[in-house]
Design a protein around this ligand. Structure first.
Ligand SMILES: Cc1ncc(COP(=O)(O)O)c(C=O)c1O
Length: 451
Protein backbone atom coordinates (compact mmCIF):
# COMPACT_ATOMS: atom_id res chain seq x y z
CA UNK A 1 0.00 0.00 0.00
CA UNK A 2 2.75 2.44 1.00
CA UNK A 3 4.60 1.81 -2.27
CA UNK A 4 1.43 2.32 -4.28
CA UNK A 5 0.72 5.65 -2.53
CA UNK A 6 4.33 6.79 -3.10
CA UNK A 7 4.01 5.81 -6.75
CA UNK A 8 0.81 7.83 -7.15
CA UNK A 9 2.28 10.96 -5.53
CA UNK A 10 5.28 10.74 -7.87
CA UNK A 11 3.09 10.00 -10.87
CA UNK A 12 1.01 13.16 -10.40
CA UNK A 13 4.06 15.28 -9.59
CA UNK A 14 5.61 13.95 -12.82
CA UNK A 15 2.58 15.14 -14.81
CA UNK A 16 3.08 18.61 -13.29
CA UNK A 17 6.81 18.49 -14.15
CA UNK A 18 6.14 17.58 -17.79
CA UNK A 19 3.54 20.35 -18.02
CA UNK A 20 5.59 23.08 -16.35
CA UNK A 21 9.25 22.03 -16.94
CA UNK A 22 10.17 24.10 -13.87
CA UNK A 23 13.97 23.75 -14.22
CA UNK A 24 14.18 25.14 -17.76
CA UNK A 25 14.56 28.74 -18.88
CA UNK A 26 11.80 29.84 -21.20
CA UNK A 27 13.85 32.44 -23.14
CA UNK A 28 16.81 32.06 -25.49
CA UNK A 29 19.40 33.56 -23.09
CA UNK A 30 22.57 31.45 -22.99
CA UNK A 31 23.39 31.51 -19.29
CA UNK A 32 26.98 30.91 -18.16
CA UNK A 33 25.85 28.13 -15.85
CA UNK A 34 22.70 26.21 -15.07
CA UNK A 35 21.20 23.04 -13.70
CA UNK A 36 19.93 20.07 -15.70
CA UNK A 37 17.17 18.33 -13.77
CA UNK A 38 14.43 15.90 -14.69
CA UNK A 39 11.81 13.78 -12.97
CA UNK A 40 14.46 11.60 -11.29
CA UNK A 41 15.54 14.46 -9.01
CA UNK A 42 11.88 15.29 -8.35
CA UNK A 43 11.03 11.65 -7.56
CA UNK A 44 13.92 11.33 -5.13
CA UNK A 45 13.00 14.60 -3.43
CA UNK A 46 9.39 13.47 -3.11
CA UNK A 47 10.61 10.22 -1.53
CA UNK A 48 12.69 12.28 0.90
CA UNK A 49 9.61 14.40 1.67
CA UNK A 50 7.43 11.36 2.27
CA UNK A 51 10.11 9.95 4.60
CA UNK A 52 9.74 13.18 6.64
CA UNK A 53 13.20 12.46 8.04
CA UNK A 54 14.26 16.04 7.17
CA UNK A 55 17.89 16.03 8.32
CA UNK A 56 20.87 14.12 6.88
CA UNK A 57 19.55 10.57 6.29
CA UNK A 58 19.35 7.61 3.94
CA UNK A 59 19.78 9.63 0.73
CA UNK A 60 22.85 11.30 2.18
CA UNK A 61 24.39 7.90 3.04
CA UNK A 62 23.90 6.74 -0.54
CA UNK A 63 25.16 10.00 -2.03
CA UNK A 64 28.34 9.97 0.07
CA UNK A 65 29.04 6.30 -0.73
CA UNK A 66 28.49 6.85 -4.45
CA UNK A 67 30.73 9.89 -4.62
CA UNK A 68 33.47 8.19 -2.59
CA UNK A 69 33.39 5.28 -5.01
CA UNK A 70 33.31 7.55 -8.10
CA UNK A 71 36.37 9.45 -6.93
CA UNK A 72 38.12 6.46 -5.36
CA UNK A 73 38.51 8.11 -1.92
CA UNK A 74 38.08 6.63 1.55
CA UNK A 75 35.87 9.37 3.00
CA UNK A 76 33.41 11.74 1.37
CA UNK A 77 31.39 13.94 3.73
CA UNK A 78 28.63 16.35 2.72
CA UNK A 79 28.21 19.88 4.01
CA UNK A 80 25.84 22.71 3.17
CA UNK A 81 28.05 24.55 0.63
CA UNK A 82 31.43 24.61 -1.04
CA UNK A 83 32.28 27.63 1.10
CA UNK A 84 31.44 25.66 4.26
CA UNK A 85 33.62 22.83 2.92
CA UNK A 86 36.53 25.25 2.54
CA UNK A 87 35.97 26.61 6.05
CA UNK A 88 35.80 23.07 7.47
CA UNK A 89 38.90 21.93 5.58
CA UNK A 90 41.12 24.65 6.97
CA UNK A 91 39.52 24.66 10.43
CA UNK A 92 40.15 20.90 10.65
CA UNK A 93 43.87 21.51 10.20
CA UNK A 94 43.85 23.77 13.29
CA UNK A 95 42.64 20.89 15.50
CA UNK A 96 44.60 20.13 18.68
CA UNK A 97 44.19 16.45 17.76
CA UNK A 98 46.90 16.93 15.11
CA UNK A 99 49.56 17.67 17.76
CA UNK A 100 52.55 19.47 16.27
CA UNK A 101 51.13 19.13 12.73
CA UNK A 102 48.35 21.50 13.75
CA UNK A 103 48.19 24.91 12.03
CA UNK A 104 48.33 27.72 14.61
CA UNK A 105 47.28 31.38 14.54
CA UNK A 106 49.76 33.48 12.53
CA UNK A 107 50.88 30.53 10.38
CA UNK A 108 50.92 31.07 6.63
CA UNK A 109 48.90 29.53 3.80
CA UNK A 110 49.94 29.91 0.16
CA UNK A 111 47.20 30.77 -2.32
CA UNK A 112 46.35 33.18 -5.17
CA UNK A 113 44.33 36.40 -5.20
CA UNK A 114 42.61 35.79 -8.57
CA UNK A 115 40.21 33.41 -6.87
CA UNK A 116 36.77 32.66 -5.57
CA UNK A 117 36.47 34.68 -2.34
CA UNK A 118 35.68 31.77 -0.04
CA UNK A 119 38.90 29.99 -0.90
CA UNK A 120 40.66 32.88 0.80
CA UNK A 121 38.25 33.93 3.53
CA UNK A 122 38.72 30.80 5.72
CA UNK A 123 42.46 31.57 5.85
CA UNK A 124 41.73 34.95 7.42
CA UNK A 125 38.81 33.62 9.48
CA UNK A 126 41.10 30.97 11.04
CA UNK A 127 43.58 33.72 12.09
CA UNK A 128 46.14 32.65 9.47
CA UNK A 129 48.11 34.72 6.97
CA UNK A 130 47.37 34.32 3.25
CA UNK A 131 50.47 34.49 1.05
CA UNK A 132 49.68 35.36 -2.54
CA UNK A 133 51.56 34.13 -5.60
CA UNK A 134 50.76 35.27 -9.12
CA UNK A 135 48.69 33.32 -11.64
CA UNK A 136 49.32 32.29 -15.23
CA UNK A 137 47.27 34.05 -17.90
CA UNK A 138 45.88 31.13 -19.88
CA UNK A 139 45.54 28.48 -17.15
CA UNK A 140 44.46 31.09 -14.53
CA UNK A 141 46.14 28.92 -11.90
CA UNK A 142 49.14 29.60 -9.67
CA UNK A 143 52.55 30.08 -11.30
CA UNK A 144 53.89 26.96 -9.56
CA UNK A 145 57.51 28.13 -9.85
CA UNK A 146 56.69 31.07 -7.54
CA UNK A 147 55.63 28.80 -4.67
CA UNK A 148 59.12 28.13 -3.27
CA UNK A 149 59.83 31.87 -2.89
CA UNK A 150 56.61 32.24 -0.82
CA UNK A 151 57.75 29.68 1.76
CA UNK A 152 58.97 30.71 5.23
CA UNK A 153 59.24 28.70 8.47
CA UNK A 154 55.63 29.76 9.17
CA UNK A 155 54.25 28.22 5.96
CA UNK A 156 51.97 25.30 6.82
CA UNK A 157 49.65 24.76 3.86
CA UNK A 158 48.87 25.34 0.20
CA UNK A 159 45.20 26.02 -0.50
CA UNK A 160 44.31 26.38 -4.18
CA UNK A 161 41.30 25.94 -6.45
CA UNK A 162 41.32 24.19 -9.80
CA UNK A 163 39.90 27.38 -11.18
CA UNK A 164 37.09 26.97 -13.72
CA UNK A 165 37.77 23.21 -13.63
CA UNK A 166 41.36 23.53 -14.89
CA UNK A 167 43.76 21.44 -12.74
CA UNK A 168 46.62 23.16 -10.93
CA UNK A 169 50.11 21.79 -11.53
CA UNK A 170 49.69 18.94 -9.03
CA UNK A 171 52.96 17.28 -10.03
CA UNK A 172 55.06 20.26 -8.93
CA UNK A 173 52.80 21.25 -6.03
CA UNK A 174 52.70 17.79 -4.46
CA UNK A 175 56.51 17.61 -4.56
CA UNK A 176 56.77 21.01 -2.83
CA UNK A 177 54.29 19.87 -0.17
CA UNK A 178 56.32 16.73 0.49
CA UNK A 179 59.64 18.61 0.57
CA UNK A 180 58.41 21.27 3.02
CA UNK A 181 55.95 19.10 4.94
CA UNK A 182 52.96 21.24 3.95
CA UNK A 183 49.27 20.40 3.97
CA UNK A 184 47.57 20.52 0.56
CA UNK A 185 43.93 21.53 0.31
CA UNK A 186 42.41 21.25 -3.16
CA UNK A 187 39.39 23.48 -3.70
CA UNK A 188 37.72 21.26 -6.30
CA UNK A 189 34.44 23.20 -6.25
CA UNK A 190 34.82 24.03 -9.97
CA UNK A 191 36.56 20.81 -10.94
CA UNK A 192 34.46 17.67 -10.37
CA UNK A 193 35.39 15.29 -13.20
CA UNK A 194 38.71 16.97 -14.03
CA UNK A 195 41.78 14.72 -14.01
CA UNK A 196 45.50 15.02 -13.49
CA UNK A 197 47.78 12.18 -14.55
CA UNK A 198 44.71 9.99 -15.07
CA UNK A 199 43.32 10.49 -11.53
CA UNK A 200 40.43 12.75 -10.56
CA UNK A 201 41.28 16.08 -9.01
CA UNK A 202 39.91 16.17 -5.49
CA UNK A 203 41.84 12.98 -4.68
CA UNK A 204 45.34 14.51 -4.41
CA UNK A 205 45.02 16.87 -1.43
CA UNK A 206 45.09 15.91 2.24
CA UNK A 207 41.58 17.38 2.06
CA UNK A 208 39.56 18.39 -1.01
CA UNK A 209 36.36 20.36 -1.28
CA UNK A 210 33.35 20.31 -3.62
CA UNK A 211 30.35 22.56 -4.34
CA UNK A 212 26.92 21.44 -5.46
CA UNK A 213 25.46 24.89 -6.02
CA UNK A 214 23.28 24.88 -9.20
CA UNK A 215 26.11 26.39 -11.26
CA UNK A 216 28.39 23.42 -10.60
CA UNK A 217 28.89 20.10 -12.34
CA UNK A 218 26.19 18.39 -10.28
CA UNK A 219 23.77 20.13 -7.93
CA UNK A 220 21.63 19.71 -4.84
CA UNK A 221 20.55 23.38 -4.68
CA UNK A 222 22.91 24.40 -1.93
CA UNK A 223 25.54 21.87 -0.91
CA UNK A 224 29.14 20.87 -0.75
CA UNK A 225 31.44 18.11 0.43
CA UNK A 226 34.93 17.21 1.60
CA UNK A 227 37.02 14.23 0.54
CA UNK A 228 39.99 12.74 2.34
CA UNK A 229 41.84 9.44 2.56
CA UNK A 230 42.97 10.22 6.12
CA UNK A 231 40.62 8.75 8.73
CA UNK A 232 41.88 11.03 11.50
CA UNK A 233 41.19 14.12 9.34
CA UNK A 234 37.76 12.71 8.47
CA UNK A 235 36.87 12.35 12.16
CA UNK A 236 38.07 15.90 12.85
CA UNK A 237 36.07 17.35 9.93
CA UNK A 238 33.00 15.41 11.09
CA UNK A 239 33.43 16.83 14.57
CA UNK A 240 33.72 20.45 13.36
CA UNK A 241 30.79 19.97 10.98
CA UNK A 242 28.54 18.51 13.71
CA UNK A 243 28.74 21.08 16.54
CA UNK A 244 32.29 20.08 17.53
CA UNK A 245 31.16 16.88 19.18
CA UNK A 246 33.41 13.92 19.92
CA UNK A 247 30.61 11.45 19.16
CA UNK A 248 30.18 10.24 15.57
CA UNK A 249 26.66 8.77 15.78
CA UNK A 250 24.62 9.61 12.65
CA UNK A 251 21.32 11.48 13.25
CA UNK A 252 18.84 9.27 15.10
CA UNK A 253 21.46 6.78 16.34
CA UNK A 254 22.96 6.37 19.83
CA UNK A 255 25.98 4.56 21.24
CA UNK A 256 27.80 3.91 17.92
CA UNK A 257 31.05 3.98 19.93
CA UNK A 258 29.63 1.30 22.32
CA UNK A 259 31.12 3.34 25.16
CA UNK A 260 28.57 6.10 25.49
CA UNK A 261 28.59 6.24 29.33
CA UNK A 262 32.00 4.71 29.86
CA UNK A 263 34.69 7.26 29.03
CA UNK A 264 36.86 9.80 30.78
CA UNK A 265 37.15 12.82 28.48
CA UNK A 266 38.44 16.31 29.31
CA UNK A 267 37.77 17.25 32.93
CA UNK A 268 34.19 15.95 32.74
CA UNK A 269 32.95 13.43 35.30
CA UNK A 270 33.64 9.81 34.28
CA UNK A 271 30.90 8.46 32.01
CA UNK A 272 29.52 11.85 30.98
CA UNK A 273 27.34 11.15 27.91
CA UNK A 274 29.66 10.87 24.87
CA UNK A 275 26.83 12.31 22.74
CA UNK A 276 27.30 15.61 24.57
CA UNK A 277 31.07 15.63 24.73
CA UNK A 278 32.79 18.25 22.56
CA UNK A 279 36.36 17.87 21.37
CA UNK A 280 36.20 21.06 19.28
CA UNK A 281 34.35 24.35 19.19
CA UNK A 282 32.49 23.57 15.99
CA UNK A 283 29.63 24.50 13.69
CA UNK A 284 26.50 22.83 12.37
CA UNK A 285 27.01 22.64 8.61
CA UNK A 286 25.07 19.49 7.69
CA UNK A 287 22.68 19.14 4.75
CA UNK A 288 19.08 17.96 4.68
CA UNK A 289 18.02 14.73 3.00
CA UNK A 290 16.13 16.64 0.27
CA UNK A 291 19.46 18.07 -0.88
CA UNK A 292 21.08 14.62 -0.83
CA UNK A 293 18.09 13.13 -2.69
CA UNK A 294 18.55 15.65 -5.49
CA UNK A 295 22.34 15.13 -5.53
CA UNK A 296 21.95 11.35 -5.65
CA UNK A 297 19.85 11.54 -8.84
CA UNK A 298 22.47 13.87 -10.34
CA UNK A 299 25.28 11.34 -9.77
CA UNK A 300 23.72 9.06 -12.41
CA UNK A 301 24.16 11.88 -14.94
CA UNK A 302 27.68 12.92 -13.94
CA UNK A 303 29.59 11.13 -16.70
CA UNK A 304 27.15 12.50 -19.29
CA UNK A 305 27.58 16.01 -17.87
CA UNK A 306 31.37 15.70 -18.02
CA UNK A 307 31.20 14.61 -21.67
CA UNK A 308 28.77 17.44 -22.56
CA UNK A 309 31.05 20.07 -20.96
CA UNK A 310 34.03 18.68 -22.86
CA UNK A 311 32.13 18.74 -26.16
CA UNK A 312 30.92 22.31 -25.66
CA UNK A 313 34.39 23.47 -24.64
CA UNK A 314 36.02 21.81 -27.67
CA UNK A 315 33.49 23.27 -30.10
CA UNK A 316 33.88 26.74 -28.61
CA UNK A 317 37.67 26.42 -28.71
CA UNK A 318 37.58 25.41 -32.40
CA UNK A 319 35.17 28.22 -33.24
CA UNK A 320 36.99 30.96 -31.33
CA UNK A 321 40.47 29.98 -32.51
CA UNK A 322 39.97 32.19 -35.60
CA UNK A 323 40.01 35.19 -33.19
CA UNK A 324 43.31 34.26 -31.54
CA UNK A 325 44.75 37.58 -32.70
CA UNK A 326 42.44 39.29 -30.17
CA UNK A 327 42.31 36.78 -27.31
CA UNK A 328 44.45 34.51 -25.18
CA UNK A 329 42.66 31.18 -25.44
CA UNK A 330 42.54 28.84 -22.41
CA UNK A 331 45.50 26.51 -21.82
CA UNK A 332 46.23 23.71 -19.36
CA UNK A 333 49.16 21.93 -17.71
CA UNK A 334 50.79 18.84 -19.24
CA UNK A 335 49.04 15.86 -17.59
CA UNK A 336 45.86 17.85 -16.92
CA UNK A 337 42.46 16.94 -18.33
CA UNK A 338 40.22 19.85 -17.32
CA UNK A 339 36.49 19.46 -16.77
CA UNK A 340 35.61 23.03 -17.63
CA UNK A 341 33.26 25.02 -15.44
CA UNK A 342 33.44 27.88 -17.94
CA UNK A 343 35.40 29.03 -20.98
CA UNK A 344 37.90 31.76 -20.00
CA UNK A 345 39.17 34.35 -22.49
CA UNK A 346 41.63 37.20 -22.00
CA UNK A 347 41.34 40.19 -24.33
CA UNK A 348 44.85 41.00 -25.59
CA UNK A 349 46.08 44.47 -24.62
CA UNK A 350 46.41 45.43 -28.30
CA UNK A 351 43.05 43.96 -29.36
CA UNK A 352 41.63 47.42 -30.05
CA UNK A 353 38.62 46.93 -27.75
CA UNK A 354 38.09 46.46 -24.06
CA UNK A 355 36.62 43.53 -22.20
CA UNK A 356 33.64 45.37 -20.72
CA UNK A 357 32.45 46.62 -24.16
CA UNK A 358 32.63 43.03 -25.42
CA UNK A 359 30.80 41.65 -22.35
CA UNK A 360 28.08 44.29 -22.77
CA UNK A 361 27.73 43.37 -26.45
CA UNK A 362 27.50 39.64 -25.70
CA UNK A 363 24.91 40.25 -22.97
CA UNK A 364 22.89 42.38 -25.43
CA UNK A 365 22.88 39.34 -27.73
CA UNK A 366 21.55 37.12 -24.93
CA UNK A 367 24.92 35.54 -24.10
CA UNK A 368 25.88 35.43 -20.43
CA UNK A 369 29.35 36.54 -19.30
CA UNK A 370 31.16 36.45 -15.96
CA UNK A 371 34.33 37.91 -14.51
CA UNK A 372 36.98 35.58 -13.11
CA UNK A 373 35.45 35.84 -9.62
CA UNK A 374 37.36 38.35 -7.47
CA UNK A 375 39.72 39.54 -10.24
CA UNK A 376 42.33 40.56 -7.70
CA UNK A 377 40.96 40.11 -4.17
CA UNK A 378 43.57 42.57 -2.86
CA UNK A 379 41.68 45.29 -4.74
CA UNK A 380 38.26 44.31 -3.37
CA UNK A 381 36.70 46.44 -0.59
CA UNK A 382 36.90 43.35 1.66
CA UNK A 383 40.65 44.01 1.71
CA UNK A 384 41.08 47.73 1.03
CA UNK A 385 38.48 48.77 3.64
CA UNK A 386 39.71 46.43 6.36
CA UNK A 387 42.90 45.66 8.26
CA UNK A 388 44.04 42.22 7.10
CA UNK A 389 47.54 40.80 7.42
CA UNK A 390 48.98 39.01 4.41
CA UNK A 391 52.12 38.61 2.34
CA UNK A 392 52.75 38.78 -1.42
CA UNK A 393 55.32 36.25 -2.68
CA UNK A 394 58.51 36.91 -0.63
CA UNK A 395 57.38 40.24 0.86
CA UNK A 396 57.42 41.05 4.55
CA UNK A 397 54.12 40.94 6.47
CA UNK A 398 51.77 43.59 5.01
CA UNK A 399 48.54 45.18 6.16
CA UNK A 400 45.70 45.71 3.70
CA UNK A 401 45.52 49.31 4.95
CA UNK A 402 48.94 49.97 3.37
CA UNK A 403 48.22 48.47 -0.06
CA UNK A 404 49.66 50.51 -2.90
CA UNK A 405 50.78 50.24 -6.54
CA UNK A 406 54.12 48.68 -5.53
CA UNK A 407 52.21 45.73 -4.04
CA UNK A 408 49.89 45.23 -7.00
CA UNK A 409 52.98 45.32 -9.24
CA UNK A 410 54.16 42.10 -7.54
CA UNK A 411 51.15 40.27 -9.04
CA UNK A 412 51.05 41.65 -12.60
CA UNK A 413 49.20 38.69 -14.13
CA UNK A 414 46.53 38.86 -11.44
CA UNK A 415 45.81 42.44 -12.49
CA UNK A 416 45.76 41.34 -16.13
CA UNK A 417 43.08 38.80 -15.21
CA UNK A 418 41.10 41.51 -13.41
CA UNK A 419 41.36 43.90 -16.37
CA UNK A 420 41.16 41.63 -19.40
CA UNK A 421 39.71 38.20 -18.49
CA UNK A 422 36.09 37.00 -18.54
CA UNK A 423 34.35 33.70 -19.15
CA UNK A 424 31.34 32.25 -20.92
CA UNK A 425 29.38 29.05 -20.38
CA UNK A 426 30.01 25.44 -21.42
CA UNK A 427 27.41 23.73 -19.19
CA UNK A 428 25.42 20.77 -20.55
CA UNK A 429 22.27 22.88 -21.14
CA UNK A 430 24.04 24.78 -23.95
CA UNK A 431 23.19 23.26 -27.34
CA UNK A 432 25.30 23.19 -30.51
CA UNK A 433 23.00 25.92 -31.84
CA UNK A 434 23.90 27.98 -28.76
CA UNK A 435 27.63 27.43 -29.36
CA UNK A 436 27.20 28.63 -32.95
CA UNK A 437 25.31 31.71 -31.74
CA UNK A 438 28.16 32.52 -29.34
CA UNK A 439 30.82 32.18 -32.06
CA UNK A 440 28.76 34.30 -34.47
CA UNK A 441 28.32 37.02 -31.82
CA UNK A 442 32.12 37.21 -31.32
CA UNK A 443 32.51 37.57 -35.10
CA UNK A 444 29.89 40.30 -35.26
CA UNK A 445 31.54 42.25 -32.44
CA UNK A 446 35.01 41.97 -33.94
CA UNK A 447 33.76 43.07 -37.37
CA UNK A 448 32.02 46.06 -35.80
CA UNK A 449 35.34 47.10 -34.20
CA UNK A 450 37.14 47.06 -37.57
CA UNK A 451 34.83 49.73 -39.05
C1 LIG B 1 36.47 27.78 -6.73
C2 LIG B 1 35.26 27.90 -5.84
N1 LIG B 1 35.40 27.64 -4.53
C3 LIG B 1 34.36 27.73 -3.69
C4 LIG B 1 33.10 28.07 -4.13
C5 LIG B 1 31.97 28.18 -3.16
O1 LIG B 1 30.96 27.22 -3.35
P1 LIG B 1 29.50 27.49 -2.78
O2 LIG B 1 28.85 28.47 -3.70
O3 LIG B 1 28.84 26.16 -2.80
O4 LIG B 1 29.65 28.05 -1.41
C6 LIG B 1 32.91 28.34 -5.49
C7 LIG B 1 31.57 28.72 -5.97
O5 LIG B 1 31.26 28.81 -7.12
C8 LIG B 1 34.03 28.27 -6.37
O6 LIG B 1 33.91 28.55 -7.68
Amino acid sequence: MENLLRYLVKFFAGIYFDFKKPSQRKDSYIAVTGKVLDKKELNNMIDATLDMWLTTGRFNDKFEAKMASFLGVKHFLTTNSGSSANLLALTALTSHKLGNRRIKKGDEVITVSAAFPTTISPIVQCGLVPVFADVNVGTYNIEAEQIEECITPKTKAIFLAHILGNPINLGVIQKICQKHNLWLIEDNCDGLGAQYDGKYTGTYGHISTFSFYPAHHITMGEGGALATNDTQLFRIILSFRDWGRDCWCPPGKDNTCKNRFNMQLGNLPFGYDHKYTYSHLGFNLKITDWQAACGLAQTDKLLGFIAAREKNFNNLFLGLKQFEKYFILPSWEAGAKPCWFGFPLTVKADAGFDKISLCKFLESKGIGTRQLFTGNILRQPAFTDDDISFRIRNSELLSSRDLGPQHYAMLPNTDTVMNYTFWIGVWPGITQEGIERIIAAFGEFINSQKK
